[in-house]
Design a protein around this ligand. Structure first.
Ligand code: ADP
Length: 264
């Protein structure tokens, strides 16, 4: 933004003139730009499978009308594309619901050990498909947090699912829940999800929680990703006054750690 500053000639050492100065975009305008960007990204992500669906519908109405084998194949592709659109819309709705509640502190007392065990069980079929073993380590003592059960389940789901999807196939994923003492002396719940896959190059780490940011778009799509999972995790963790840390040594895997205030 360019502004004009008219100098008083006496302040300018007797010279009169105009000084141009640059001001950074205000935070409101940055927010507007981010929103516009988000809408453009979301529209693009929805438009791609929709265009493919339309293409197949036209083919089925035309050239492939009487080809039973092609019809079966195309219907399966169409189902996958429609599924992808549904997943994206579900993720967009989750994100907007979490954002709407961002300033309302969650109130349930959530049993984190039961939650982690439940999610590992839910993801067992996916892990089995990839030949991955999920190792769950839980603390001996009960561990709770004041939170929203469904949102915390979502955090576990996204992190463990990513570790299985992007980790080494036929490998191992470690899920560890532990209790630690925070800097203020209060108890913290620490959840770490570690995989031993290719990991993430350092330049991507700071951007991973941005909406639609993916290291490899084709790979994420192929694995059924929407690019919103980690953005959802970050929002949920923030709402719970927690922290998300991501560390990775390329070639040796990635570690996602969530730290939350724990029940006393
Ligand atoms: P997606 O739906 O694409 O999985 P996410 O927001 O969950 O979206 O993750 C963003 C990107 O971060 C992924 O596309 C992938 O490139 C990268 N990523 C996430 N988790 C891992 C992991 N455990 N190992 C390697 N890369 C990962």
């Amino acid at each position: 933004q360019i502004g004009r500053l008219r100098g008083n000639p006496s302040d300018l050492g007797g010279r009169s003139g105009i000084v141009l100065f640059f001001r950074d975009l205000t935070s409101t305008r940055r927010l507007e730009a981010m929103r516009a960007d988000f809408v453009a990204n979301a529209s693009h992500e929805l438009r791609t499978p929709l265009a493919s669906l339309l293409g197949f519908i036209e083919t089925l109405q035309g050239p492939a009308r009487n080809d039973a084998a092609a019809r079966e194949r195309f219907l399966e592709i169409m189902r996958v594309q429609a599924q992808r659109m549904k997943r994206l819309i579900d993720d967009l709705l989750s994100l907007s619901r979490i954002e709407m509640r961002a300033h309302v502190p969650p109130t349930e007392q959530v049993d984190l050990k039961a939650l982690a065990a439940h999610m590992v069980e839910m993801l067992a079929p996916l892990a089995h498909e990839r030949g991955t073993a999920i190792e769950l380590r839980l603390p001996d003592r009960p561990l709770t947090a004041q939170g929203d059960r469904d949102e915390l389940l979502r955090v576990l789901e996204n992190l463990i699912e990513n570790a299985v999807k992007y980790g080494e196939s036929g490998g191992r994923v470690d899920v560890e829940l532990a209790c630690a003492e925070g800097p203020d002396g209060r108890p913290q719940a620490v959840l770490a999800v570690q995989d031993y896959g290719p990991g993430i190059a350092p330049e991507h780490l700071p951007r991973l929680t941005e909406r639609f940011y993916r290291v490899d778009v084709a790979q994420s799509r192929e694995k059924g990703g929407t690019g919103l999972g980690l953005a959802i995790v970050k929002h949920i963790v923030n709402r719970h006054r927690g922290r998300l840390d991501i560390a990775s040594e390329p070639g040796r895997g990635a570690r996602f750690t969530v730290t939350l205030p724990a029940g006393e």
